[in-house]
Design a protein around this ligand. Sequence first.
Ligand code: FAD
Length: 357
Amino acid sequence: MTTLAELTTLRVGGPIRSLVEARTERDLIDAVREADAAGTPLLMLGGGSNLLVGDEGFDGVVVRDARADISLQNDGACGGLSITATAGTPWDRLVEQAVAEDWMGFEALSGIPGSTGATPVQNVGAYGQEVADTVALVRVWDRLEERVRSLPLVALQFGYRDSLLKRSMRGLAPDGDAWRPTPRYIVLDVTFHTRMASLSAPIKYAQLAAALDVAEGARVPLTEVREAVLALRRSKGMVLDPADRDTWSAGSFFTNPLLTADAAAGLPEDAPRFAAAGGMVKTSAAWLIERAGFARGFAVAADAPASLSTKHTLALTNRGQASAADIVALARAIQAGVAARFGVDLVPEPVTVGVDL
Ligand SMILES: Cc1cc2nc3c(=O)[nH]c(=O)nc-3n(C[C@H](O)[C@H](O)[C@H](O)COP(=O)(O)OP(=O)(O)OC[C@H]3O[C@@H](n4cnc5c(N)ncnc54)[C@H](O)[C@@H]3O)c2cc1C
């Protein structure tokens, strides 16, 4: 019996009822329609790199998009370039091709695991770039209206690790159940707009600028940015490597908290503060965790099979034999410690299935 431990990067999660590998768009839509019509819980799965699934597993159908096609709509001769990738395309394959073919705007997103179809769900971002910078259109299967729709950038309502697609998980299907753990909108393919350039978009992230030895705002050959990002990510255990347990994770486990100005004023003087939309202030989850006393490698007990990464305090990792319950115990200990010290509730970034956090 297949388990979600075999299908997710945290490598925890119990059995599933069935797995469908869709090889055409028609197969994908049919699998979703059939599950919805029968009232069977549905988990649309990409690389399983942003999921925490409970030990009970998932008593429903898991659907994976086996397509991995990248096509160009025009060649950039007039300055603009449109690229469409099917949802199942591994994200880093697209980034690698973008860097090789001078498509600007993907380079800082090198090394992020998972599928292209999942990137607009949480508006994937790293090192000063996010997919909202380049996404032009997402074609989806709308499970409520039972039709294919094209959602342009303006409809996607991207925010920090957020989008219409992600928020749609909280909505209710006609039978009264939540769409969760899958969005109401199943991504079929994603179209990006960008420009041809051998130089990167201006570097916006201080640590990346330092690694490249340039000033923030500088533009650097795409290949150099990709190499620098991959090196930085590897040093933090943020590039998947089966031999490195620090990468048996879901990446950053908590989002950086968005606080009201009043709440942010209550943090210690030296807490990081960044202006965010709507007058909110973003602080650093890693800083809060460390200052609440949780160091790299922290575990709830000396022999616990789950711990913080030994390279980065924001990643919860499976050291080999962890269950979902072990990951949950670790997450709760960190949430409780940060809440007690700073009064801030840390919000998990991964989508949880059968787990309460
Ligand atoms: C080592 C590591 C590093 C990471 N670094 C980053 C980072 O730098 N920045 C960042 O933003 N994230 C990061 N992540 C998180 C993760 O890689 C991204 O969120 C990624 O986009 C998830 O893709 P996936 O295909 O694995 O999604 P999954 O984990 O399979 O699914 C996540 C959610 O998306 C939904 N979904 C998947 N495919 C579709 C589809 N076709 N249509 C609709 N919904 C869909 C699922 O139903 C689920 O709700 C990291 C993870 C790991 C393990």
